[in-house]
Design a protein. Structure first.
Length: 152
């Protein structure tokens, strides 16, 4: 049996670039208050954004489950306003970028989705951090291009 070894789970970074645009909907985006970093900061309460290209993974180390991990943009931001205000602000900006509201479970979570240019569907989640207010987690996820890892 021939197994195709793909060079990337996101050729040209096209999926990742669409998720990065979703991060632009966050308050503080593009400012020092919400910096892009190469790895999460040591302090778990420090705001950040990080982007992750897919990597080869098998999740469970079992034969046949090898594939690409998801494409991810994640971060932590501070918001001192109401959850409704945050969801409304981010939702308005995401809507302009073509994202649709899936659910808003006030006061702790909102989810949006979008069909990407490659035909896959991505999700954006905004959740109250386990650290509590004013910390909010942002996670944008999309499936990789090619065979996804299984057994996770």
């Amino acid at each position: 049996m021939f197994v195709r070894n793909e060079a990337s789970g996101d050729p040209g970074g096209k999926v990742l670039s669409q998720l990065v645009r979703a991060a632009s909907a966050l308050p503080g985006y593009g400012r020092a208050s919400l910096p892009w970093v190469p790895t999460p900061p040591p302090s778990t309460s420090q705001p950040y954004l990080i982007k992750s290209e897919p990597r080869q993974d098998s999740c469970d180390a079992m034969s046949g489950t090898q594939g690409w991990s998801q494409v991810v943009v994640q971060g932590l931001l501070d918001w001192t306003g109401t959850p409704d205000g945050l969801f409304s602000l981010v939702g308005k900006h995401l809507h302009v970028l073509g994202w649709n509201t899936v659910s808003i479970n006030e006061p702790t979570e909102a989810i949006w989705s979008k069909r990407l240019t490659n035909g896959s569907t991505a999700q954006v989640m905004l959740n109250l951090s386990p650290l509590g207010e004013p910390h909010w987690e942002f996670i944008a996820l999309a499936p990789p291009v090619g065979k996804a890892a299984s057994g996770c």
